[in-house]
Design a binder for this molecule. Structure first.
Ligand code: ZN
Length: 444
C-alpha cells in the first residue's frame, strides 16, 4: 500500500512524502510511485502521524465491587476511531495468583476482543515480590510495574521503605516503576469531621494537593538514590511538576498528566451532578489547572494518558449523597487525541509533532516498544493515522459505554480519515472497517 502526498511526521520532523507499507511494517518513505496493482491512499492535504498510544487505561476490569463500563471491544473501537492504535492497561495480582497467571488472565481477556494492540503494566500485591519470577517477566518484555503510595483499604498501599526495595531490585533489570503518588499520611491527616459528604466538592478537600507533592518528593528521592527509572502517573499539581523538572538532572524520571486535569477544575464538582466528575487525584482549583496548561504547552509532561476508568452511570449515581461512596474515575479514552490536539495545536499553536512526541514516541518508550511503535520510520510497525486537522467541528466523545461524558459540549476539528494497524486498514475514509474478528494483538 502507498500513502501518497501527505505531510509525514517522522522523528526528524515533518515533510511532504510518500510512504510505502509492506506487510505489517513501514517499508520506505520518500518520493515514491505506485507499483503495478498497489493500492493507493491519497493523503494530499492531510497529515500522516504515527499511531497514538494511550499508556494508562482501566478497561474490562473489576475495581472493588464495580465492573468497569468499558470492555476491550468498546474502548478499543472508540480509541481506534480517534487515531489510537495501542493501549496499555493494568493488571493487579489477585490473592494467591502468580504474576504469570495474572498476566495470562488479562491477556486472555484482551485477545480476540481488542481492535488496538494492547500491553499491560503489572501491580504485584504480595510481599515480598517473587524476584526470580519478576526477573523472568522483565526478560520476556514485561518491563513496567506500578505501585501506589495510598489505597490502604484496597490492599494496594506500598510504604516508601518497600518502594525503595523494589526500586533497588528493578534498577539493574532495566525495568521501570510507575507510581501513583498521594502520601497516605497526608491523606489520613485530613479532618474528616469537617467534611460534608453530600457535597461532591469535598472530594478535593479529602485529597489535597499537598498529598501528591509530598509523595512525589519521596519517590523522586528514592529514584535518585536507587537509579531506578520512575514514571509518575497522572500528575495533577503544578508544584509536583516543578519538583519533577528539578529532579531530571539526577534521576531517571518521567511523568504524565491526564486531559481532565488540563481541561476541568474542581468548580465542576460543586455543580449539579458534580459527583459524576469524582476522580483521583481530584480535579484541582482553577489556578492549578492554568499552571498545568502552561506546563503542558512548555513540554513539562513526557506524555499524556487518559487514566480512562469509566464506571456505569448507575454505579456512579449510587454514590450520590456521600462523596466517599462514589467510585473514582472518569471516561476519557476517546478524548485523548482530540483534546490534546485542541489544547496544544489549536490553542497553543504548537505543531502536530507535539502529538507525535507525547502521544506516540514517548509512550512507546515508556512501554519499551519504541521504535517498533510510536515512530514513522522504515521497519517500524505500520501503525499510521492519516488525519485532516481542519475537519468539520464534531463533538468530543470520551466513551461509547454506558458511562457519563466527561466533556459535554466540547468539539474538535480533529478528523481521522484513515488508520492502519500493523499495515491493515482499520479505518477507511473516516469509517471503521468491520473485521470478522478484532485484529489487535497483545504485546509482550
Ligand atoms: Zn489509573
Amino acid at each position: 500500500m502507498l500513502i501518497q502526498g501527505g505531510t509525514v511526521w517522522t522523528p526528524e520532523g515533518a515533510r511532504r512524502a510518500d510512504l510505502r507499507v509492506a506487510g505489517e511494517a513501514i517499508a520506505e518513505i520518500g518520493d515514491l510511485a505506485p507499483l503495478p496493482g498497489e493500492s493507493v491512499v491519497d493523503a494530499a492535504g492531510l497529515h500522516v502521524l504515527p499511531g497514538m498510544i494511550d499508556a494508562h487505561v482501566h478497561i474490562d476490569d473489576t475495581i472493588g465491587p464495580y465492573d468497569l463500563a468499558d470492555t476491550f471491544s468498546s474502548a478499543s473501537t472508540l480509541a481506534l476511531a480517534t487515531g489510537v492504535t495501542t493501549l496499555a492497561g493494568f493488571i493487579t495480582q489477585r490473592p494467591g495468583e502468580t504474576l504469570s497467571d495474572a498476566l495470562k488472565r488479562c491477556r486472555a481477556r484482551a485477545r480476540g476482543r481488542t481492535r488496538c494492540d494492547v500491553r499491560f503494566h503489572l501491580t504485584p500485591t504480595e510481599w515480598p515480590w517473587p524476584w526470580a519470577e519478576v526477573e523472568r517477566l522483565v526478560a520476556a518484555g514485561c518491563t513496567t510495574f506500578k505501585l501506589y503510595t495510598t489505597y490502604r483499604e484496597a490492599g494496594l498501599f506500598t510504604s516508601y521503605e518497600r518502594l525503595a526495595v523494589v526500586m533497588e531490585r528493578l534498577a539493574p533489570l532495566g525495568a521501570r516503576l510507575l507510581v501513583h503518588c498521594e502520601d497516605d499520611d497526608v491523606l489520613r491527616a485530613v479532618d474528616v469531621s469537617a467534611i460534608d459528604p453530600g457535597d461532591a466538592h469535598e472530594h478535593a478537600r479529602l485529597r489535597p494537593e499537598a498529598a501528591e507533592v509530598a509523595a512525589v518528593e519521596r519517590v523522586l528521592d528514592l529514584a535518585a538514590r536507587t537509579g531506578c527509572p520512575v514514571h509518575i502517573v497522572h500528575v495533577s499539581t503544578a508544584d509536583a511538576v516543578a519538583r519533577i523538572a528539578a529532579a531530571r538532572s539526577h534521576a531517571a524520571v518521567t511523568c504524565e498528566t491526564a486531559p481532565h486535569y488540563l481541561q476541568l477544575t474542581d468548580a465542576a464538582l460543586s455543580e449539579r451532578n458534580g459527583h459524576r466528575l469524582v476522580c483521583t487525584p481530584p480535579l484541582r482549583a482553577a489556578a492549578t489547572r492554568a499552571r498545568l496548561e502552561a506546563d503542558a504547552a512548555a513540554g513539562a509532561f513526557d506524555l499524556f494518558a487518559t487514566d480512562h476508568c469509566a464506571f456505569t452511570k448507575a454505579d456512579k449515581d449510587a454514590g450520590r449523597g456521600d462523596v466517599r461512596a462514589v467510585p473514582s474515575g472518569l471516561a476519557g479514552i476517546g478524548a485523548l487525541v482530540p483534546m490534546l490536539f485542541e489544547l496544544l495545536v489549536v490553542r497553543h499553536h504548537l505543531g502536530l509533532g507535539e502529538l507525535a512526541t507525547r502521544l506516540a514516541a514517548n509512550p512507546a518508550k515508556l512501554l519499551g516498544v519504541y521504535p517498533r511503535k510510536g515512530a514513522i520510520a522504515a521497519g517500524s510497525d505500520a501503525d499510521l493515522v492519516v488525519v485532516d486537522s481542519a475537519g468539520p467541528q464534531r463533538p468530543v466523545v470520551s466513551t461509547v459505554a454506558d458511562a457519563y461524558e466527561t466533556y459535554p459540549g466540547r468539539t474538535t476539528s480533529w478528523d481521522v480519515r484513515h488508520v492502519l494497524l500493523r499495515g491493515e486498514a482499520v479505518v477507511t475514509d473516516g469509517a471503521l472497517v468491520e473485521p470478522a474478528r478484532p485484529t489487535g494483538q497483545v504485546l509482550a
